[in-house]
Write a protein that binds this ligand. Structure first.
Ligand SMILES: *Cc1c(COP(=O)(O)O)cnc(C)c1O
Length: 364
């Protein structure tokens, strides 16, 4: 052992040493359909105006920590009920981490629970905060197993339950009555996080239920709407609860450039909404075209991606890679996802390159 190896063994947590870095493949030269990005940029005229705003940004000062400009726009434009507020994160990834940090109590076993397969950051953030993660398998059609969820809640008494609505990597919306049963079962003993990262595409939300359920919080992001590069997520909840989360939020976690772009984009949010509507139409077309292919099962999606089962996911991914199309092979994530792949809905041109390569991969 070298001295740096010894230093690592003596200082770094065992689970961190045994773990791996969140893998993001190099995508230069590829059609990138693996990360649920919006393929469209802002229109040229808006980009020119934004350039001017960015030129005027005050870069030598720390951000003004109240972030009132962004928060006001989110409350006004994104349906936050009266009496409720938001906190901001450097992406909703950071919000997940803040939620775990604030609930990882040391005086009793603290548990994060989520249906699986789910967004991987729920488990990773729970682990990094020193919490136990309990995953409850979905049913084969990716719907919530209500009885299993309620039984696991009674047994493990989670502080936090994450429900992605719609779910990633499956794309479906859970049944509203199942979600409400979970929220009610937790009551004063646990917080339910409705992760609405795909809200621009799903067009349905638990936001208007905040006043009804004190243990419900709603998390969203601007990433899937078309601003993945600026890293801005938000959490809507009762102010008293947000105050607790705000205590563990790193100060100045949203930078000045993000602030300028977010305020500008929210002032023109109808442009992004129109792009999302276009992508929803493309999703319907792409899903129908794929469903017509032999041996392919297309799962219903309310997000900007589609999950499908093919006869041989390895073969399909290899063919797509050879055609310089990046998608996600979900096969190894969970047994429910055997031979499943996930493709981001993109422009008509990119969708058709993908579809042709998919067809080619299905031939013997
Ligand atoms: C993409 C995604 C996120 C993370 O979004 P960021 O704001 O970019 O960190 C959160 N939850 C789900 C379910 C996602 O798919």
């Amino acid at each position: 052992m070298t001295s740096i190896d010894k230093l690592i063994a003596n200082t770094i947590r065992e689970d961190v040493r045994a773990g791996h870095i969140y893998n993001v493949p190099d995508s230069s030269g590829y059609i990138k359909l693996d990360a649920m990005e919006n393929p469209y940029q802002l229109p040229d005229a808006l980009r020119a105006e934004l350039a001017q705003r960015l030129a005027d940004a005050v870069l030598n000062r720390y951000p003004v920590p109240s972030y009132s400009g962004i928060k006001e726009r989110i409350r006004a434009k994104l349906g936050v009920p009266a009496g409720f507020d938001v906190i901001l994160g450097n992406g909703s990834d950071e919000i997940i981490s803040i939620l775990c940090t604030a609930t990882a109590r040391q005086d009793k076993r603290a548990v994060v629970l989520a249906p699986i397969p789910a967004f991987v950051m729920f488990q990773r953030s729970a682990q990094f905060a020193g919490m136990d993660f309990v995953g409850v398998p979905l049913k084969a059609d990716f719907s919530l197993d209500r009885a299993a969820m309620l039984a696991a809640i009674a047994e493990h008494k989670p502080s936090l339950v994450f429900l992605a609505y719609p779910n990633n990597p499956t794309g479906n919306l859970y049944d509203e009555a199942d979600m409400v049963a979970i929220i009610e079962a937790l009551g004063e003993n646990g917080i339910v996080v409705a992760d609405e990262a795909y809200h621009p595409f799903a067009r349905t939300s638990f936001m208007d239920k905040l006043p009804q359920y004190p243990n419900l919080v709603v998390m969203r992001t601007l990433s899937k709407l078309g601003l993945a590069g600026i890293r801005l997520g938000y959490l809507a909840a009762a102010p008293a609860l947000l105050e607790q989360f705000d205590k563990v939020r790193p100060p100045y976690n949203v930078n000045v450039l993000t602030q300028v772009v977010a305020e500008f984009a929210l002032d023109h949010v109808e442009v992004l909404d129109e792009q999302a509507a276009r992508l929803n139409e493309a999703r319907t077309e792409l899903a129908a075209a794929m469903a017509a292919l032999p041996g392919v099962t297309v799962f219903p999606s309310s997000a900007n991606f589609i999950t499908l089962r093919v006869p041989d996911a390895e073969k399909t991914c290899a063919k797509l890679f050879a055609e310089r199309v990046l998608i996600k092979n979900l096969s190894r994530m969970h047994e429910l996802l055997a031979n499943c792949i996930r493709v981001t809905v993109s422009t008509p041109e990119e969708n058709s390159v993908f579809l042709n390569a998919l067809k080619a991969s299905l031939q013997a």
